[in-house]
Design a protein around this ligand. Structure first.
Ligand code: PLP
Length: 435
């Protein structure tokens, strides 16, 4: 029988995260203080983050040891399976080999716990009692709620108001794992009040919710802030995905010609691709690496590479990144996890240096690809992940035309079990394309 799922033993889970910073041809530009515009130091970040994460943010060590306490929890779902998409290949009649790494097996249903767990761990070690964060559609909020409950910390999640109203089950999941969930903008913070005074009916945005969570953390000594994407330490933690995929492909004596991931802030894309990019940068191997974004929020393909705030109000350090502008409020699309105005500074610099490329798709073509995938492979993909699927399908169809037998690897970042109303909207013909 042909191999469909390629597994690793628990003991073969990575023992270190891969840090791409020392390998980057052009170093990332330093974050700047929002007021002085000078590069910030560890002290500026210490009200918000534990020292271990601040160190990881700037570390030049190529490999960083994963604490045993973190690996013990990773073991609840890692190593995650790598699938060979035999049935999708047949459906497409492509000579290409398609593999996908499935991160939907985590308790929260996405890759996000890969960083939520170490973030909660380092905060717990430093004596912090509560974490404040933001969430859009609820994937990050539920990942951090899971992580904080496992380390017995409290958790406050500022959830974008429109999602709070439209995605009741993600909110229930956060409650189940013990988090407080507050619709944002709220009147609990000055940032929230400022937005509400201008627009009492504001549907909220990720940028506004970040402002609220940061303000909450800055005003409470026992509380830190936690971010689910964009920052260097988040990209670092996600590299367990690509390291495992590399081992799994080696088992079947394969190596990808094309690597694909959806890009919101860039973390699952970094996770699947950085351990392979290491080989590309060193000249050992070559491959095409593609980030996929929605046309509704095309930071890489339609944004500018410059310093910008990470939030709407302007409380965060300035980050050099591809951005739509910090006051850009993306149109409502069903892939809520991809509605962020900026991108990881590392991913942005790699894009600027042409080590990676990017493509943007409309949501109806993305859902069509997601349905094709679900009807051949069975797994119901998250709308965010379907962006990667759409690109993988396009690449496989190119191979069909050219006759090439390329190896395509994509990251299936999460399942779509909480997104059934989005699928309903697609099937009812009510889904709209933007731009
Ligand atoms: C949050 C999320 C994304 C986008 O975030 P990145 O940091 O770019 O990975 C993609 N897929 C899923 C399932 C998500 O939950």
């Amino acid at each position: 029988m042909q191999k469909t799922i390629i597994t690793l033993d628990e003991n073969d889970m990575p023992k270190k995260w891969y840090n791409i910073l020392p390998d980057m041809p052009t170093p990332v530009s330093p974050p700047l203080h929002p007021a002085t515009k000078e590069p910030i130091g560890p002290k500026d970040l210490s009200p918000l983050f534990p020292m271990e994460l601040i160190k990881q943010e700037v570390s030049q060590e190529r490999f960083i040891t994963i604490p045993d306490e973190v690996r013990d929890i990773y073991a609840l779902w890692r190593p995650s399976p790598l699938y060979r998409a035999h049935r999708l290949e047949k459906e497409l009649k492509t000579p290409a080999k398609i593999y996908y790494k499935y991160e939907g097996v985590s308790p929260a249903g996405s890759h996000k716990p890969n960083t939520a767990i170490p973030q909660a761990y380092y905060n717990m070690k430093e004596g912090i009692e509560r974490l404040a964060t933001e969430t859009g559609a609820g994937q990050w909020g539920s990942a951090l709620a899971l992580a904080t409950t496992l380390f017995k910390l409290k958790c406050t999640v500022y959830m974008v108001k429109i999602s709070y109203q439209q995605k009741p089950y993600r909110k229930s999941l956060m409650h189940l794992w013990g988090a407080d969930v507050i619709p944002s903008p709220s009147n609990k913070t000055d940032s929230g009040k400022k937005i509400l005074s201008k627009d009492p009916d504001s549907p909220g945005s990720l940028g506004i919710a970040i402002s609220e969570a940061i303000e909450d953390a800055a005003h409470h000594d026992d509380t830190h802030y936690s971010l689910g994407s964009v920052l260097n330490h988040v990209m670092l933690h996600q590299t367990v995905i690509g390291q495992e995929a590399k081992e799994q492909l080696a088992q079947v004596e394969d190596y990808p010609d094309v690597i694909i991931g959806s890009v919101g802030g860039g973390s699952n894309f970094s996770g699947i691709s950085f351990p392979f990019l290491m080989d590309k940068i060193s000249g050992k191997k070559d491959m095409e690496v593609i980030g996929v974004e929605p046309t509704a929020c095309p930071s890489l393909t339609g944004g500018e590479f410059r310093y910008d705030f990470g939030d709407t109000v302007g409380l965060t350090p300035l980050l050099k990144m591809y951005t739509m502008g910090h006051d850009y409020i993306p149109p409502a699309i069903h892939a809520g996890g991809l509605r962020y105005h900026g991108d990881s500074p590392i991913v942005s610099q790699l894009y600027e240096d042409k080590l990676i490329s990017a493509v943007a798709y409309n949501q109806t073509e993305v859902f069509k690809a997601g349905v094709t995938f679900a009807r051949s492979e069975g797994i119901v993909p998250a709308p965010e992940s379907s962006h990667a699927i759409k690109c993988a399908i396009d690449k496989a169809l190119e191979c069909k035309k050219s006759g090439e037998q390329k190896t395509i690897l994509f990251n299936l970042s999460g399942h779509g079990h909480f997104d059934m109303s989005a699928y309903d909207s697609y099937f009812s013909g009510g889904m709209k394309d933007i731009a």
